[in-house]
Design a protein around this ligand. Structure first.
Ligand code: FES
Length: 106
């Protein structure tokens, strides 16, 4: 018996891009799966903060995010780490790139 996987449409509104991501994988891995580069990729585990984005619309579940990268105020304003969230609906997001991601060692 096959299981239907629901994929959600992720629109990157400040880059005019979109991709599909199932609820079972993080937004960052979903993006990498389709070979897109619209979000910066670092440690993939919540440790570096380079994948910070802002969710403008939609719902998601999330794993714990370090306050060193996402403060309580930022969380209220929709900022999250793409490697720590899992879409539960279609999402509209904005990417927030760090000033120089090449300087981050992974
Ligand atoms: S890739 Fe390092 S915190 Fe998301």
């Amino acid at each position: 018996m096959s299981q239907t996987i629901t994929k959600h449409k992720i629109q990157v509104i400040n880059q005019g891009q979109e991709f599909l991501c199932p609820s079972e994988i993080s937004l960052l891995i979903g993006m990498e799966t389709i070979n897109s580069h619209c979000i910066n990729v670092g440690c993939r585990g919540g440790g570096c903060g380079v994948c910070k984005i802002r969710v403008v619309n939609g719902s998601f579940s999330s794993k714990k995010m370090s306050k060193a990268h996402i403060t309580d105020k930022e969380l209220q304003d929709g900022f999250v780490l793409a490697c720590r969230i899992f879409p539960t609906s279609d999402l509209e997001i904005e990417v927030i790139h760090s000033p120089d991601p090449k300087q981050i060692i992974v």
